[in-house]
Write a protein that binds this ligand. Structure first.
Ligand code: ADP
Length: 420
């Protein structure tokens, strides 16, 4: 098996996002959770593999080491090109990690030039004259200027990158992009001859990203958000799209929710409103040693096997604050994650074959508990929320992992009840 593209993503949600993009472009795509090793098995015959790391906000040396290890592993699987996926709002500190990670990937690949484009037109992220826009605002005028970890107070990508690398940074403007693939390729080569190593490219539309994708197919390292990944995917011949969404009658179906985000709370409310069975977990009781997981499983066993069930720790802001005040934030999260991990294992043992998990951290806890290291990416139920397929000790499992704010309000009901 030879991969066409190996990708490292700098956070878990970004990993799902970019894997869904490669798959949309027609590539058979695998998603690997966390640093892979010799024991990590990829699904057969993939065109692309994405390693989802947590390297966005850690110290730069750590981000570099983790990403280089992923690059080496992707090379052992045959990856001809490495795509470095970062956030479409270029989330980074004044000194990293985008510059240091890209430089390290290029050094180890012997690359002399790379192209960057974080544009993501469906999400309103566009790049013009090297400036990043969020809908109709410059990045630095958008709410991202108040981001809690990485406030973005400059919109100029060449300036932001220049602060993160000692190498030259150049621009391929929209006029060149609109002249097509050859023009972009020539412009990148001209920059390379002039000693420029990082080339930022403008893009306003998916068509622009398709041009950039075709122009960068031969570069050993390319960097950006999910949009350029999709452009590259369209430009390279894929095998076949992964399996379609699982049919509603394929095994029992369950949702495990640990996200307390507004969208997840809405999705829970819609599940109730549809008259489907649900159970709220008492986190405080679990902390006092009550067998809350055992009680939840007894409840599950009493439900109609034809219906999807929802088991959730998710709480309103008031309830969350009360639990956290009593247990502390870390202990509360640990209780919830242990509970949901245990429940996932037992539900799969009991025949659940379609499992939807709500919450980024919660998804990590569930995949770890299930021993799932890599999945094959399937059809999206909503943008950026694909079904994925894993093999467990109990057979095949269709798994949907969504970050808290993702998916339409009816996602839980639709994904688990709608006939295809
Ligand atoms: P999101 O993707 O919305 O950020 P996460 O799963 O990443 O969702 O984060 C939600 C966090 O809230 C998790 O750490 C989870 O353990 C915690 N949590 C969920 N329910 C409760 C609760 N009832 N009490 C305390 N903490 C909770």
């Amino acid at each position: 098996m030879t991969l066409r593209i190996g990708c490292t993503a700098d956070d878990f949600t970004g990993g799902t996002d970019v894997a869904a993009a490669f798959r949309r472009a027609g590539l058979r795509t695998a998603l690997v959770f966390g640093a892979p090793d010799d024991t990590t098995v990829l699904p057969a015959d993939c065109d692309a593999a994405v390693v989802a790391l947590k390297s966005r906000s850690v110290p730069a040396e750590e981000a570099v080491a983790d990403t280089l290890a992923a690059q080496r592993w992707l090379w052992t699987k045959g990856a001809a090109q490495i795509y470095f996926k970062y956030c479409s709002t270029f989330d980074s500190t004044p000194h990293g990690n985008i510059g240091p990670v890209t430089d390290a990937l290029m050094d180890s690949a012997g690359a002399t030039v790379t192209l960057h484009c974080p544009a993501s037109p469906p999400n309103g992220r566009t790049v013009y004259q090297g400036h990043l826009f969020v809908h109709d605002q410059l990045l630095s005028d958008s709410p991202l200027r108040h981001h809690p970890l990485n406030p973005m107070t400059d919109s100029s990508l060449p300036r932001l990158l220049s602060a993160q690398t000692r190498h030259g940074v150049g621009l391929v403007g929209l006029a060149t992009v609109r002249r097509g693939t050859e023009a972009v390729r020539d412009a990148v080569l001209a920059h390379e001859r002039a000693g420029v190593r990082h080339v930022v490219a403008d893009a306003l539309t998916d068509d622009d990203l398709a041009v950039l994708g075709a122009a960068t197919l031969e570069l050993p390292v390319v960097a950006g958000a999910a949009g350029l990944a999709e452009g590259i995917g369209h430009a390279c011949p894929g095998t076949a799209p992964a399996t379609a969404a699982p049919r509603p009658d394929r095994g029992r179906a369950a949702v495990l929710a640990g996200s307390c985000s507004a969208r997840t709370l809405e999705q829970i409310a819609r599940f109730h409103a549809a008259g489907l069975p649900s159970l709220h977990l008492d986190v405080l009781a679990a902390a006092t040693g009550r067998d809350v997981a055992g009680e939840a499983l007894a409840w599950y066993d009493a439900q109609d096997p034809a219906l999807p069930v929802l088991i959730y720790a998710s709480a309103s802001p008031e309830e969350l604050a009360a639990v956290q005040a009593q247990l502390g934030v870390a202990e509360a999260a640990a209780q919830v994650e242990a509970l949901l991990g245990t429940l996932a294992t037992h539900l799969v043992e009991r025949g659940v074959r379609r499992l939807l998990v709500a919450g980024g951290e919660t998804s990590g806890a569930v995949t770890t508990a299930l021993g799932v290291r890599a999945v094959l990416v399937g059809e999206e139920a909503d943008p950026g929320v694909p079904w994925t397929y894993a093999t467990t000790g109990h057979g095949d499992l269709a798994l949907m992992l969504k970050s808290g704010n993702f998916g339409a309000p009816d996602l839980f009901v639709r994904a688990l009840t709608e006939a295809k």
